[in-house]
Ligand binder design. Structure first.
Ligand SMILES: [Zn+2]
Length: 360
């Protein structure tokens, strides 16, 4: 094992020499490395049934196969991961993850890794799905900031025949709107956010329409029973706090038009608000995000936040690759555009345009 203090004692030129030696003599380079090679050692269970009774089962196209003694089926180390049925090698995936960390657009990514926009889009959705793991098994403790924000519901990329609502009229021919204020209001997507002192985050596309008591209730399992809720003085949040019998510190409602942003003890929703503005910035720079894929973008945003706390810039793409490579992805490319929506849109569009339930 090479110790860090050994490397630190070396002259820069010696470090360079060791690096070149490792790259050229010991590893013949990463060019053309298959993702399976990175994953082989991490295979401990059957990818299909989860049994531990597995044996090595020869090679197929230089890829190690495994056989399960329980279900009798064979698999490789990439079965069920984001690399499954993908011809994209390790180097390209690594470059792609780097593009995603930098927040490039699909067009820029396609240009950088020499793949089509569609391939990049599919890679992106799988990567984002793997990043979902940061919001799994978390328990928010101590002071927990909690709030909701709203985004317009976008069906970007959905074919006209599959729309749940009529397309909007745009441009010069737009009819003048003679609607009352409430009729005119476009339905919105309610996004739930909670964050504790250790920067653990739960960030979810919760429901269509407004903030509700149930919006808060559905993520209650992620909040420690002893946590104290910091939030604003909305009836829905108060309802949730009362129902779950939690302690709270709420920002008082503004009296006499004086806006108050902190609780009496000086707590505010600043961290959660920052997350909201980051999501809205992302939304604008991407000209809207489809409601079908919004949770993926949110998961990636949360993952990037944790990644940035963990490691310095230059190591991030490798850390992200290692973190996410073994995650199980429950869909394949051709199903990406038919994935179920994270929220029930029929509850806002269903009545007006019934019969076109393309998303059910
Ligand atoms: Zn099995």
């Amino acid at each position: 094992m090479i110790k860090r203090d050994f490397l630190e004692k070396l002259a820069p030129v010696e470090v360079e020499m060791i690096r070149d030696y490792v790259l050229h003599e010991i590893c013949p380079g990463v060019e053309g490395t298959a993702n399976a090679e990175n994953l082989n050692r991490s295979v401990k269970r059957c990818a299909r049934c989860g049994s531990k009774k597995i044996i090595k089962y020869g090679y197929n196209n230089k890829t190690q196969r495994f056989e399960c003694k329980n279900c009798g089926r064979t698999f490789s180390s990439t079965t069920g991961t984001m690399f499954y049925a993908s011809n994209t090698d390790f180097e390209t995936w690594s470059a792609f993850i780097d593009c995603e960390i930098k927040g490039l657009t699909l067009v820029e990514e396609a240009y950088t890794i020499h793949k089509s926009k569609t391939t990049c889009f599919n890679m992106r959705q799988k990567l984002y799905k793997a990043a979902e793991k940061v919001q799994r098994d978390v328990l928010l403790k101590g002071d927990v900031e909690m709030d909701c924000t709203f985004l317009p519901i976008s069906f970007k990329g959905t074919k006209p025949g599959n729309m749940v609502r009529k397309s909007k009229r745009r441009g010069k021919h737009k009819r003048p709107i003679h609607k009352t204020k409430t009729e005119n209001k476009e339905p919105q997507l309610c996004i739930y956010t909670a964050m504790d002192e250790d920067d653990n985050i739960i960030f979810k596309a919760a429901n269509c329409g407004g903030e509700r008591e149930s919006t808060y209730m559905q993520y209650d399992e992620f909040i420690d029973k002893k946590a104290r809720i910091i939030g604003d003085y909305s009836a829905q949040l108060r309802g949730y706090i009362k129902k779950t019998n939690r302690s709270s510190d709420l920002i008082p409602a503004d009296e006499k038009d004086r806006l108050i942003f902190t609780t009496e003890s000086g707590n505010s929703l600043s961290e959660v608000n920052e997350l909201h503005s980051e999501l809205k910035k992302e939304w604008r720079s991407r000209h809207g995000i489809s409601v079908r894929h919004i949770q993926g973008y949110i998961d990636w945003l949360v993952y990037l936040k944790s990644l940035k706390y963990q490691v310095e810039g230059m190591y991030r793409k490798h850390r992200a690759y290692m973190d996410l490579m073994a995650e199980k992805i429950p869909f394949i490319n051709k199903l990406i555009c038919r994935l179920p929506l994270p929220v029930d849109v029929n509850e806002v569009y269903g009545e007006k345009y019934d019969g076109i339930y393309a998303f059910s």
